[in-house]
Design a protein around this ligand. Structure first.
Ligand SMILES: Cc1cc2nc3c(=O)[nH]c(=O)nc-3n(C[C@H](O)[C@H](O)[C@H](O)COP(=O)(O)O)c2cc1C
Length: 161
């Protein structure tokens, strides 16, 4: 699958198959994601694999759509406000890369912002200064929803003198 097709056909998955994902395959998606742009090559992301007991305590309304794997993607703290912001941006690129890599290789992801809440941070044991970019449920999709249309990009483009 080429990059254009992967970007356009990736969807937030609503339901996953029960089939497990091989650890080596998961690691290959994460390793691919690490080619995300990041200032000074600091690779300012960390990944928590969330086991069943911790996952239960998150009380997600759909139990993360039945995905066999749940990840929390974190950005590490920055020494300055700018670095902190850049780390969040780079870790977000990492998260998106991961979603695309999984999709291009037959997997699927579902992004949840639940991890950013104080209670979820506590359950996950997120250290102070780290930001939770998202919880990513990962598995093989039961179904891939049709692409949602997007606004015409012309309306978002401003041309400066
Ligand atoms: C920062 C962020 C937070 C999100 N949080 C949630 C969420 O809490 N629950 C959810 O169902 N989807 C969440 N999503 C996924 C969006 O709902 C989804 O990407 C959007 O509906 C567009 O659909 P698509 O990804 O299938 O194109 C989140 C996405 C991002 C980038």
């Amino acid at each position: 699958m080429d990059a254009f097709k992967a970007i356009v056909t990736r969807r937030n998955i609503k339901e996953f198959k029960k089939d497990p994902i091989d650890r080596a395959r998961l690691m290959s998606w994460l390793q691919t994601a690490a080619y995300a742009p990041n200032h000074r090559n600091t690779e300012p992301w960390e990944v928590l694999t969330v086991g069943p007991q911790t996952r239960e305590k998150l009380h997600h309304k759909t139990n993360f759509a039945g995905a066999p794997i749940l990840l929390a993607i974190l950005s590490i703290p920055g020494k300055t406000e700018l670095e902190h912001r850049e780390n969040i941006i780079a870790a977000s690129c990492f998260a998106q890369n991961f979603c695309l890599a999984a999709h291009a290789d037959g997997g699927g992801t579902r992004w949840s912002s639940l991890g950013a809440s104080e209670s979820a941070r506590e359950v996950l044991g997120v250290p102070q200064g780290y930001e939770v970019i998202g919880l990513l449920a990962v598995g093989y999709p039961e179904q891939i929803p049709e692409p949602k249309s997007r606004q015409d990009i012309e309306s978002k483009v401003k041309e400066l003198d």
